[in-house]
Design a protein around this ligand. Structure first.
Ligand code: GLU
Length: 462
């Protein structure tokens, strides 16, 4: 799942799109492209490989104050310029993250309307044709997108422009993250907040099956059943410096070195030495509820799953409650036995992990109460759970997780303190753990002083 950026406003779109794509490079991708809408003409530029190659191919005078951009991680069709997004069908240009599961059926349906030639091997292009077909029947762009998406099975974060609608950009999501940025005479769409910082800090997180119609000075939201939605605007608390390398050679090193601060931030204001416990305002649970729980179910993918394995040792000891840890991608596809008295804890750095999200939906359907341990504020999992703890580790850019992992372990310790306190964790043990946590940032800093020795050893064993 890669990057989407969109712009509509009074400025030239191309530099904004390219800088947004560069900010999302850390997510990994195989190709990139942009589409610019200028006086009812759409110009598309795409390249396989790095954004630098795409940027070199975009002329300095590339005009258009409406545009969309994309970094692709191929799921259907190999990585190539031909399969890179945006995809164009008739008057429509589209960028898409996710998978159109029923693209083959949609293709058959389109064949019935005479649509037979495709320029790529992607699932995405089918959707572009579907929207173009809806337009060709006289519908407006927002309605064409809505009707098309109602026929889609799968996941999407997308942005669409049409040659007939200069100054309009339509976006929608299901299962892939997408947010709107509200600027001065400018609207942005991005799959990742890092793409728009510096432009605006006023954002609206789109919900599943919401469609946004954006113009320079206004926007509106509705859903696939045509119901209008009132947007809830939040302020993005993300600074440009936090997503830059701050003098380190790479993000992995920077994030390892940040751990004294990230651990301190995760703990800040939450420990209570006197009571031998923690105060986690976001948990939204009463002590009585915690006393009734009979089982914890921790769910995560990758590193978050490993953090859960550590959490099992900690939580069982602190709370006396049996803990099961599950990989999200397994849990979602089996028929898990869920007994009453189960409390689920979902762990995710991004808060957008697709498999963990699917588990959350299943748990909600089955009436299991859910807590989230999430790093990214306002993310889908954070918004979907009944309660939870933000990890406050700051943006984690490196794909090898470090500071988010330590924050996830610390987060579980704090949950353990609060649950333990409501059950039978002694005041003495509680205080010991709180004291240990308070001294943890310094201990981490001390350990990191070994970096030069570690580097020598790493070279030897590599
Ligand atoms: N399924 C689409 C493709 O293969 C989108 C991939 C992505 O999310 O980047 O082109």
């Amino acid at each position: 799942m890669c990057g989407i950026i969109g712009y509509v406003g009074l400025k030239q779109a191309a530099p904004i799109l390219l800088s947004g794509l560069r900010r999302m490079e850390y997510r990994g991708y195989d190709s990139a492209g942009i589409a610019l809408l200028n006086n009812s003409a759409i110009e598309v530029i795409k390249r396989k490989g790095k954004i630098a190659e795409l940027a070199a191919a975009v002329p300095d005078d590339a005009a258009g104050s409406t545009g969309i951009g994309h970094t692709r991680w191929a799921t259907h069709g190999n990585p190539s310029e031909r399969n890179a997004h945006p995809h164009v069908a008739g008057k429509v240009a589209l960028v898409h993250n996710g998978i159109i599961e029923n693209y083959a059926e949609l293709k058959e349906k389109l064949a019935g309307f005479g649509v037979k030639s495709y320029h790529s091997d992607t699932d995405t292009e089918v959707l572009a044709h579907l929207i173009n077909h809806e337009l060709s029947e006289g519908r407006k762009l927002p309605e064409a997108v809505r009707r098309s998406l109602s026929q889609v099975e799968g996941t999407f974060g997308l942005a669409v422009i049409s040659a007939d609608d200069p100054g309009v950009m339509v976006a929608a999501r299901r299962g892939s993250p997408l947010l709107l940025g509200i600027g001065d005479d400018s609207m942005y769409i991005a799959s990742d907040a890092s793409a728009i910082i510096g432009h605006t800090d006023r954002v609206v997180y789109l919900e599943d099956d919401q469609v946004a119609v954006c113009r320079a000075r206004d926007y509106r939201l509705f859903d696939l059943s045509r119901r209008t939605h009132q947007p809830s605007v939040t302020t993005l608390k993300l600074e440009l410096a936090a997503i830059e390398k701050a003098g380190y050679d790479h993000f992995l090193l920077k994030e390892i070195m940040e751990q004294p601060t990230s651990v301190a931030n995760a703990l800040r204001g939450r420990l209570d030495l006197k009571g031998g416990t923690s105060h986690l305002g976001g948990l939204n649970v009463h002590d009585n509820f915690l006393r009734q729980q009979e089982r914890f179910l921790i769910i995560g993918c990758g590193t978050a799953y490993y953090a859960g394995l550590v959490g099992k040792y900690l939580l069982e000891r602190m709370t006396g409650i049996p803990v099961d840890v599950e990989v999200g991608s397994e849990f979602r596809y089996r028929d898990p036995a869920l007994t009453p008295g189960t409390l689920a804890i979902l762990i995710s750095q991004s808060g957008e992990t697709a498999d963990t999200m699917a588990c959350l939906r299943e748990l909600k359907r089955r009436g299991v109460p859910t807590l989230g341990l999430v790093n990214v504020v306002g993310s889908s999992i954070a918004r979907g759970v009944d309660g939870g703890v933000y990890l406050h580790a700051g943006p984690e850019i490196s794909v090898a997780s470090t500071k988010a992992f330590t924050a996830q372990v610390v987060g579980q310790l704090m949950v353990g303190l609060q649950v333990g306190k409501a059950r039978n964790l002694s005041l003495r043990t509680g205080r010991e753990i709180v004291r240990a946590l308070e001294s943890l940032p310094d201990a981490v800093a001390e350990a990191l002083k070994l970096a030069p020795q570690v580097e020598k050893l790493a070279k030897k064993y590599a």
